[in-house]
Structures are given as structure tokens and as C-alpha cells.
Design a binder for this molecule. Structure first.
Ligand code: NAD
Ligand code: WQD
Length: 430
């Protein structure tokens, strides 16, 4: 059989130790995700671990079958070297720190630099953003500006950005599509940072289009640095992904989201009730205009979301993604040189009670609920129209709410329950 030579692309992943980032690493590193293509990814994660631990990287390697000497995480230290053949390298860096980030870009220049970046890093707690607005604006915006500056300077011009459906604000539309209005009715600082970053990306991308059309050769004027290793004709390709409600975990049970303190989101809260850490789920209002009176959301399995990033990367890099990431649309279109925005959601809505009942099915017993008042700022329905992602990138969600609950409930939650049961028995026997 003829040997197919695979191109190794090096991707900078900011915030890769976090919930969505670490699951995306699994999809990027998993040979089955990129099988049938000539691309293989090697990853450099930068994260300051403000909301995570580098243990998530070890687990990502573990479930991908990449365990071994090159991937041993020692505490929260940097690890991995490219010349050792490592496909996953970690540098503990604050993305808003220009000198720390420059050191990472410098380190990889001799190895050809980065082909693309996926930018997850940022703060995401809606409630906290209202009490610490400056922190949210500083971290989320400055981290993005720092990254863009360095990408421009070092000639890495493909970016996938984690935005959020929250940019649509308080919408009354049943299904939101990418052309719907954004910005004006956002109710919190977190959401505004995402909207502002989208604006920054659009202005930045437009400046390169102006530069390339005025230079006549595709962007001489776009190069801002004398030390740039960029080919000035490389176009900027930017993909903005608006996630709806990410939920669930990798089916191995080895990865997931285990927030410290009170969870901000519904599914991790339900999971903590299921393991007995909290007595009941408080349903925030059952007087909405929905079939069971509770709010409806578009919950998206985190592994579908992870595959959405692989599709976005391929789309932005003109690799034709639709045939290989579970898409049904055949070869995708190309987003190379463009700025593109996609909703990532299922297009299906589930109520709070649907979620609680589905989790009860996964656990094998009912989850206790108490109905409370509405949570300020909540809307009745938030659902994606995911058509564009399917048509252009060939991506669509494959997993449903039962999959999300089952995969989250797999160990470690199963193990915690077993442990609690044995421990209780032990106490009874004393
Ligand atoms: P997360 O908190 O688990 O992951 C974010 C990661 O970024 C963490 O590992 C954190 O340590 C790191 N980080 C934060 N600030 C940093 C900085 N200044 N420098 C370096 N690293 C930094 O969150 P997540 O749920 O994985 O979300 C990832 C991205 O997706 C975020 O940008 C978030 O706003 C966005 N998003 C999340 C959701 C959701 O419901 N989880 C929905 C829509 C959008
Ligand atoms: C879902 C539903 C609640 C908890 C948030 C952010 C959004 C995005 C995703 C980052 C709602 C109800 C919840 C509980 C409940 N994140 N609920 N009891 O608010 O749709 O979106 O996460 O970008 O920006 O706002 O998600 O999981 O908090 O709530 O009844 O204890 O569950 O009222 O209807 P939300 P959520």
C-alpha cells in the first residue's frame, strides 16, 4: 500500500487545561478524528491554571493513548519538548502577560512556529463578572490583544476563538442564527467581553483586507513587525464559535468538569446533587411559557463541541473538514482568509426538568428538586440554529441529552458514590 505522508501542524491552545480546552485536545490528538486526512496535530498548551490543573492534560493523553515519558505531568510545571517527539507540550503562562507569551512564541520559532491558535483562555463566570468587571475586561480582552499582537508578529494567522451564545443577549427568538442582532441586550460583563472581542476580531480582520487590497499583493501593509517571520501575503483566517450550553464529559469517565464551590451551571449542579454533595436542585422558576414551565436550553455534548473545533481548524486552514469530523455535508467549504461566525449547538431544546429527569435515568434514581424563584437575567428559551456550521464546516452534533448525562455520570461520579456507600457502611460498623 502506498504510504500517506501526514503533515504535522503545531497548534497553540490557550486555556487548554480547562473544561472545553482539555476535551478539545482529545479530539485534536485522537487519530480517529483526523483519520482519512493528511494532517496530524501537535499541541502547545498555555494556561495560567487560574481555573484548572495540568492534571487534565495527563488525562487527555491517557484517554488518547498517548501516555508515556514525554507526557508525564509533574505537578503544575511546564513539561514536554518538541524534539523528544512530544505531541503535547505545556507552558504555564498568563496569556495577558506579553513577555511570557513572547517567550512561548520565541521558543517555537526554530521548530517552524505555530500554524494556528485556538483561544479558550479567559474568565467565564457570569455572576462573578458582575462583581469584578475590571478583572473580566482586563483578563479576557488583554489576553486576546496580546495573542493577536504576537500571532501577527510571528506570522501565525489562523485563529479559532471561543465566543458564547450569550452575545445574543436577552433574545425573544426561538432559534438564534448568526445574523441575529448581538450586543445590545447583553446583561453581564462576561458577555460583553465576548462581544467586544468579536468586534476586535472583525476590525482586526478588516484592517488586513484593507491593507491587502491597497497593496495589491495581498497585504504588504499588514505586516507590523520588522522581526516578523510571516509571509506578508498570508491571509488572516478567523473562526468565531458561539457555544450554546456545553455539558457532559468524555465517555471514558476520566475527564470532565468538577468545579470547586457552587457550580454556576445546571448540569454540574445536578451531578453534585446526585453524589449527595448537595441536597436538591433548585429549579429557577417553573412559570415560564414552556411545556413544563421551566427554562429551555440547547445543551451540547462537550465532545461534539470539541469536534467542532477540529472542524473549525480544518475550515480555517482550507483542509476540507466535512468528510472527517462526523459531518454529513461532504467536503466543507473554505474559510481561509475570511472571518466566519458559527453557532455550535444541537438545535434541540431541553427544559430544566428534562435535564434533571435524564440525569435521574443515568443514575438510576430520581434527583430531588425544589422549585424556587426565577434567576434574574434568565431567558425562557435559548436555542441555536446550527445550520451554518453544518453547511459550511460539515459539523453537526451527534450526541443527545442522555449521552451527556451518561458520560458525566460514568466514573468518577460512579466511584464517588461507591466510595461514600462503603464509607457509610464502615461508620455504621464502628
Ligand atoms: P475553563 O475555566 O474550564 O477554561 C478556561 C481556561 O483558561 C482555564 O484552564 C484557565 O485556567 C485558563 N485561563 C484563564 N485565564 C487565563 C489567562 N489569563 N492566561 C492563561 N490561561 C487562562 O472554561 P471552559 O468552560 O473550558 O471555557 C473555555 C472558553 O469557552 C472560555 O473562553 C469561555 O468563556 C468559553 N465558553 C464557555 C462556555 C461554558 O459554558 N463552559 C460557554 C460559552 C463559551
Ligand atoms: C441553564 C438553565 C437556569 C442552575 C450560562 C451562561 C452562558 C454560557 C453557558 C458561557 C437555566 C436553570 C440552572 C440551577 C436551574 N456560559 N438552572 N437551577 O444560564 O443558560 O448559560 O452558561 O459563555 O453565558 O449564562 O446556563 O446552566 O446556568 O442554566 O434551574 O441550579 O438551568 O435557570 O434555565 P445558562 P445554566
Amino acid at each position: 500500500r502506498p504510504t500517506i505522508l501526514r503533515t504535522r501542524k503545531r497548534i497553540l491552545v490557550t486555556g487548554g487545561c480547562g473544561y472545553i480546552g482539555s476535551h478539545t485536545l482529545v479530539s485534536l490528538l485522537d487519530p480517529s478524528t483526523t483519520s482519512g486526512t493528511n494532517v496530524e496535530y501537535s499541541i502547545v498548551v498555555v494556561d495560567n491554571l487560574v481555573n484548572s490543573s495540568s492534571e487534565s492534560l495527563r488525562r487527555a493523553c491517557d484517554v488518547t493513548g498517548l501516555g508515556g515519558g514525554d507526557f508525564v505531568v509533574d505537578g503544575d510545571d511546564d513539561y514536554g519538548t518538541d524534539d523528544a517527539g512530544g505531541r503535547l507540550i505545556f507552558r504555564k503562562v498568563d496569556c495577558a502577560d506579553p513577555s511570557g507569551m513572547r517567550a512561548v512564541f520565541d521558543e517555537f520559532v526554530p521548530l517552524g512556529g505555530f500554524d494556528a491558535a485556538i483561544h479558550f483562555a479567559g474568565l467565564k463566570a457570569v455572576g462573578e463578572s458582575k462583581t469584578m468587571p475590571l478583572r473580566y475586561y482586563r483578563v479576557n480582552i488583554v489576553a486576546t490583544l496580546t495573542l493577536l499582537d504576537l500571532m501577527e508578529e510571528y506570522g501565525c494567522r489562523t485563529l479559532v476563538f471561543s465566543s458564547s451564545a450569550t452575545v445574543y443577549g436577552v433574545s425573544t427568538r426561538d432559534r438564534l442564527n448568526e445574523n441575529d442582532e448581538v450586543g445590545t441586550t447583553i446583561t453581564n460583563c462576561y458577555g460583553r467581553t465576548k462581544h467586544m472581542i468579536e468586534q476586535i476580531l472583525r476590525d482586526f480582520h478588516a484592517s488586513h483586507e484593507v491593507a491587502s487590497s491597497s497593496s495589491g499583493v495581498g497585504g504588504e501593509a499588514a505586516s507590523s513587525s520588522s522581526s516578523s517571520s510571516a509571509d506578508v501575503r498570508d491571509p488572516w483566517s478567523v473562526v468565531i464559535l458561539r457555544y450554546f450550553n456545553p455539558a457532559g464529559a468524555h465517555p471514558s469517565g476520566k475527564m470532565g468538569e468538577d468545579p470547586s464551590g457552587v457550580p454556576n451551571n445546571l448540569m454540574p449542579y445536578v451531578a453534585q446533587v446526585a453524589v449527595g454533595r448537595r441536597p436538591h436542585v433548585t429549579v429557577f422558576g417553573n412559570d415560564y411559557d414552556t411545556p413544563d414551565g421551566t427554562g429551555i436550553r440547547d445543551y451540547l455534548h462537550v465532545m461534539d463541541l470539541a469536534e467542532g473545533h477540529v472542524a473549525a481548524l480544518a475550515y480555517a486552514s482550507d483542509e476540507g473538514c466535512g468528510s472527517r469530523v462526523g459531518g454529513t455535508a461532504g467536503k466543507g467549504k473554505s474559510g481561509m482568509g475570511k472571518i466566519s461566525t458559527f453557532n455550535l449547538g444541537t438545535g434541540t431544546g431541553y427544559s430544566v426538568l428534562d435535564m434533571v429527569n435524564a440525569f435521574g435515568r443515568a443514575v438510576g434514581r430520581p434527583i430531588p428538586v425544589v422549585v424556587g424563584p426565577r434567576r434574574p437575567g434568565d431567558v425562557t428559551i435559548y436555542m441555536a440554529d446550527p445550520t451554518r456550521a453544518k453547511e459550511d464546516m460539515g459539523w453537526e452534533a451527534k450526541r443527545d441529552l442522555d449521552d451527556m448525562c451518561r458520560d458525566l455520570w460514568n466514573p468518577p461520579f460512579d466511584c464517588i458514590v461507591a466510595f461514600v456507600a462503603v464509607y457509610n457502611q464502615f461508620l455504621l460498623n464502628l
